[in-house]
Design a protein around this ligand. Sequence first.
Ligand code: 5BU
Length: 280
Amino acid sequence: MFTPARPASPTPTIEASPEDFMSRAELCKNPVGAQLFRLMHSKKSNLSVSADVFTTAKLLQLADLVGPHICVLKIHVDILEDFTPDTITQLQALAKKHNFIIFEDRKFADIGSTVEAQYKGGTFKIAQWATITNAHCVPGPGVIAGLKKVAEELKLQNSLLLLAEMSSEGNLITPEYTKKVVAMAAANLKFVIGFITQHKVSADPSLVNMAPGVELRKKSDNLGQQYNTPESVIANGADIIIVGRGIIAAPDPVDAAKEYKEAAWKAYEQRLIPSNGPRP
Ligand code: 5BU
């Protein structure tokens, strides 16, 4: 008599986790948040390089080199000595070529009307090209409203990260402050895609947690920066590591980018194993 083979019991896979990036993409209210989660999954990269360089040539060279290994390129446009609108045109071409998102780390921190003008105009016209930017919440909800107004009026598919925690020694952010930042994010899910933080700060899986202050070999710089490893920030619930000098000042930035990318991705996969959830 024919006995049908028993179906193999399903092997638990990492992709089946509700906490994986593809599942979280489905929950995003802002298309940039969804794009970011999907992009991380497809590139197997939760690495953002902080391209803190001073010339357009260096920025473009770095973006071309590390582009294949990153999900987000973070820049400080106001440290470029030779910025022109063409800097951005060329950077956008590289973002397209290598499939990464451009993040201007502007840290807006003024009243709504001023941040509106800063985001929209001036030399840099940040809103026109920065798919992601960020803001301190110290001015209150008006800072988010001012930035959102620009994106809406200009019909730009942009997004915002809120600074929930900082990496620098002696910073004034308290747990109470962080809680209020999380509440401000929850009230603006069409525009806010997550946080700059050191830990997972919100229970909402649609929000991404990006952690700066990551270095494999150093504990600090001499101006108050404090470093953690990719493993520790990701175990604490960060989704993306932001690495500047650990990569850009390395003897070979491509080798360094690969090393950080692999460490961060492995830590993310480890976290998806049910008993290894983020530490509170
Ligand atoms: P580093 O070279 O990896 O230390 O650079 C870190 C980058 O992240 C740098 O551009 C900072 O402006 C940025 N940063 C940070 O280091 N810590 C913070 O809390 C925030 C941003 Br918010």
